[in-house]
Design a protein around this ligand. Structure first.
Ligand code: SAM
Length: 381
């Protein structure tokens, strides 16, 4: 077995990102194929505890602490720094070591692993906290909701698992307004979850499209742009592109937006008339996947009414293959269904929407094929 594992490690060392993902999938499949029923219960049944235990680790600052120390910390060191009861900590750290989140290197002695280092990154704290605090209760309510609705595909965003889970009549995004901690985890996760270099800016011919642009007109309107990281990236990469850069989002998100020189932050509901007329690029990323088809069409029609003949809509979304979708994408699709009665879409599903509103799909630029991430260039016919 040692030889086989050494060989796999050598293979991993020389692999790129895609090959590494393929290797992980193959190893997971192999491990699953070896499980008996008890192993399957133990793996799937207790998954919630892993998320909960990791959330406690964030609250204690445990992962950053272990990574910062770079060596071994004793139970007593960790207890003194975190102020947690050593009796609880001993049991808790033993569990984290058993699930390989940290390593136990001797009696009451712990050190960081690859997973600890991953968990010490801001994207992990924001993402897992968002999953635990907001999505987790919705997953819990999903079976109850599906049974109650006779296993019909949800299509009304005001009657989804979100309303069931939180006992609210509000849409998920309106609900965030009164849940600032949940909103912060969500916004931080959106800001950190994609690397700046892996974006539409790496594939789209921005300079070519804007070379004669009138500086008095808006050039880039980021609709539903969160707290504005993408506007900041646009300004950084193209400081000399003429025209205004505008961030639009809901008021409670704009209140917390970055103040980037050259970027105007505007509170705007994209289901209302688009007030910024005749911009070059109307851009949205990861927005349409939060809405059912009828709402996506409303959003697109609002933009279309504001477009001039030179305007382009850039939809930055996942374009799923028709078959063989990855686990992560299939998981996102069900998550969108639960929270918003929405979905991840394949090319044919996107084309159907564009045909119905009368937009011409000029080109799909793929910038992260592993996650199906693309930017779609859409124009008035
Ligand atoms: C999934 S996030 C994507 C954020 C950002 N585009 C990104 O890629 O990081 C969706 C965004 O749409 C915003 N949003 C939702 N409903 C909206 C509405 N009716 N009008 C404007 N923005 C809205 C949310 O506040 C959120 O920031």
């Amino acid at each position: 077995m040692k030889n086989a594992l050494d060989y796999i490690q050598q293979l991993a060392a020389g692999s790129n990102r895609t090959q590494r993902r393929e290797l992980m999938a193959a190893l997971h499949n192999l491990a699953f194929s070896l499980e008996d029923a008890h192993d399957t219960v133990n793996r799937i049944g207790y998954l919630h505890l892993q998320t909960a235990a990791v959330k406690i680790g964030f609250d204690l600052g445990l992962f950053r602490l272990l990574v910062k120390e770079e060596g071994t910390l004793t139970l007593s060191d960790i207890s003194q720094i975190t102020k947690a009861d050593p009796v609880f900590l001993a049991r808790y750290l033993r569990y984290l070591a058993a699930v390989d989140v940290i390593a136990e290197v001797g009696p009451d002695r712990y050190t960081a692993t690859n997973i600890t280092r991953n968990l010490a990154q801001p994207v992990a704290e924001a993402g897992i906290s968002h999953c635990f605090e907001t999505i987790g209760p919705e997953y819990q309510a999903l079976p109850r909701y599906m049974k109650k609705t006779g296993y019909m595909n949800p299509s009304d965003e005001m009657h989804t698992v979100c309303q069931e889970a939180w006992n609210t009549k509000l849409h998920q995004f309106a609900w965030f307004k009164d849940h600032p901690e949940n909103l912060k985890f969500f916004n931080d996760y959106m800001a950190h979850r994609r690397e700046a270099e892996v974006s539409w800016l790496s594939v789209y011919p921005v300079l070519e499209q804007t070379k004669d642009w009138d500086p008095a007109k808006p050039v880039y309107v980021n609709i539903g742009g969160g707290v504005g990281h993408q506007c900041a990236q646009f300004k950084k990469k193209y400081p000399d592109v003429p025209g205004q850069v505008i961030l639009q989002d809901l008021p409670h998100t704009i209140e917390n937006a970055l103040t980037t020189p050259g970027v105007e932050n505007i509170a705007h509901d994209f289901f209302q008339e688009q007030l910024v007329k005749g911009a070059k690029f109307y851009f949205t990323r990861g927005v349409c996947h939060n809405h059912p088809d009828n709402k996506v069409k409303l959003l697109l029609r609002n933009i279309m009414s504001a477009m001039s003949p030179e305007s382009i809509i850039l939809l930055d979304e996942w374009v799923l293959p028709e078959t063989g979708v990855s686990e992560y994408a299939a998981c996102m699709d069900l998550t969108m269904m639960a929270a918003f009665a929405a979905m991840e879409r394949s090319e044919s599903q996107w084309r159907k929407i564009f045909d119905e509103v009368g937009l011409k799909l000029v080109k799909i630029y793929s910038y992260n094929p592993e996650n199906y991430e693309c930017v779609m260039d859409l124009r008035l016919p």
